[in-house]
Design a protein around this ligand. Structure first.
Ligand SMILES: Cc1cc2nc3c(=O)[nH]c(=O)nc-3n(C[C@H](O)[C@H](O)[C@H](O)COP(=O)(O)OP(=O)(O)OC[C@H]3O[C@@H](n4cnc5c(N)ncnc54)[C@H](O)[C@@H]3O)c2cc1C
Length: 434
């Protein structure tokens, strides 16, 4: 094993949304940062890969224009350039019709209804969701109509990769009445990976480094219980990198797995394992020489077997498909959303939904089918069940999915965790006194 006297102030494990936002913020504050990424590419579950000339996302399809990713860009003095479809960005497909829910009357209902509902629950506490009560059980107080339950199931699936049976009602109500809740969205030109590249530039400009193909294998601890180094596997070699501050973007569960049990505070590993309950999403990217849909950006389905939403990447400005081709992506949340499910059955049900909602699908080309589950989950924790970013180890923090703020979703929530922990690091470990 070689020993790298790295002189980095902070090591960040994982170049996903949370890790890169944290690393770039730290670099902006003068910290010299090393980012370790196991894959040969940045972005994690918000990255992009090329399949037969089509740019397919590994996860995140759209980015909130007013969420914490945009805040990160603003704080770093960067400009977030996203393609914003000039017509409505999100439609709700009801009975074969697309209703614009970004603007107009339906947009108003989408924005105001949760606020009214929340005010009602404030006036009539008996209507308030009980702590931990599922959205399904709470909705039953108001209605049992299957189409409302089906619609809510798809909305919750689209935002949280969960079903109304898994999602806690109080968290969802908070999200829709208070949060940005994907009302203003844009699509990254050239794929979601492009969002993170300027952050890598910020890290490198401040003397930091991003090591691709570098997997953190183990954490080393000092006698006083602090992390003091990381063993990194890089091109078949093992390298020991010393550090006094460690930020992990690989989720609390994978992070504790890097430590020997004896190095962790008693009971911590077990509590993390008990709290971890990842959820899944299946996506199908498909392409056709002729247009298969007219919605401009996202469609949510009021009723379906499994498909919760679909995205249209056909706009030539997005540069996702070879000339003359139209690229789409349909996404489903399997049942159950957490735990084991029948992968082949779930793929088939999603394809049946796509066939039904996209006439002409049978003449199109399936570019990629991705099952985001298990070790590479859609969500490490359903919102409301995340762990805190801080750990009982004073110089170790988690960022990203798995430690999202209460009621947070998507890359914006991951970026928010990065801001929280960077603020704490700057306050508790100012430069020069680590
Ligand atoms: C299908 C799908 C659609 C989605 N759609 C949207 C959307 O439209 N908008 C939105 O905002 N969000 C969306 N999300 C959610 C969003 O993509 C994720 O919440 C977010 O990308 C998770 O980021 P993260 O910070 O947790 O990092 P991750 O993406 O989990 O990245 C972690 C990184 O760590 C690396 N790593 C793992 N282990 C090691 C190790 N030992 N050493 C070094 N590196 C390691 C991994 O390779 C990975 O690159 C979607 C997710 C899915 C799955």
């Amino acid at each position: 094993m070689s020993n790298k006297n790295s002189n980095f102030d902070v090591v960040v494990i994982g170049a996903g949304a949370g890790g890169l936002c944290a690393a770039a913020r730290l670099a902006h504050n003068g910290y010299r940062v090393l980012v370790l990424e196991a894959l040969e590419v940045i972005g994690g579950r918000a990255s992009t890969r090329t399949v037969d000339g089509f740019l397919c996302n590994t996860g995140a399809l759209v980015i909130e224009l007013d969420g914490a990713v945009a805040d990160t860009y603003r704080d770093l003095g960067l400009e977030l350039k996203l393609y914003e479809p000039h017509r409505s960005s999100t439609v709700l497909r009801v009975g074969g019709h697309d209703v614009n829910i970004t603007e107009g009357a339906a947009g108003w209902v989408r924005n105001i209804a949760p606020v009214i509902l929340r005010s009602l629950t404030n006036l009539r506490p008996s209507l308030r969701p009980l702590p931990g009560q599922s959205l399904k059980v709470w909705l039953n107080k108001f209605t049992r109509r299957p189409w409302i339950h089906g619609l809510m199931n798809n909305v919750v699936g689209a935002m949280f990769a969960a079903s109304t049976e898994d999602a806690p009602a109080d968290v969802i109500l908070h999200y829709f009445s208070k949060g940005t809740s994907f009302k203003k969205i844009g699509m990254p030109v050239g794929g979601t990976i492009e969002v993170w590249k300027p952050l890598v530039d910020v890290i490198k400009k401040s003397g930091g480094e991003v090591w691709l193909g570098s997997k953190a294998n183990r954490l080393n601890f000092s006698e006083d219980g602090l992390v003091n180094g990381v063993i990194v596997e890089n091109g078949g070699d093992l390298i020991e990198v010393s550090t006094s501050l460690l930020v992990s973007n690989i989720g609390p569960l994978a992070t504790v797995a890097l430590a020997d049990v004896v190095d962790l505070p008693e009971g911590y590993g077990r509590s993390v394992r008990e709290a971890s309950n990842p959820a899944a999403i299946i996506t199908v990217h498909f392409a056709s020489p002729r247009p298969l849909a007219s919605f401009p950006c996202l469609a949510i389905f009021s009723q379906s077997r499994r498909m919760v939403y679909a995205a249209n990447f056909s706009a030539p400005e997005l540069q996702r498909a070879p000339a003359g081709w139209h690229l789409y992506c349909g996404a489903s949340v399997p049942r159950p959303a957490r735990g084991e499910f029948d992968v082949e059955l779930e793929k088939r049900l999603l394809l049946e939904d796509i066939r039904e909602q996209f006439p002409g699908f049978d003449q199109s080309m399936v570019v990629a089918i991705d099952v985001t589950a298990h070790e590479w989950p859609a969500q490490r924790a359903i919102t409301g069940y995340d762990l805190p970013p801080t750990t009982p180890i004073k110089n170790l923090w988690n960022v990203g999915d798995g430690v999202k703020p209460w009621g947070g979703a998507g890359t914006a929530a991951c970026a928010e965790t990065a801001k929280l922990i960077v603020d704490e690091i700057c306050r508790r470990f100012p430069l020069g006194v680590q």
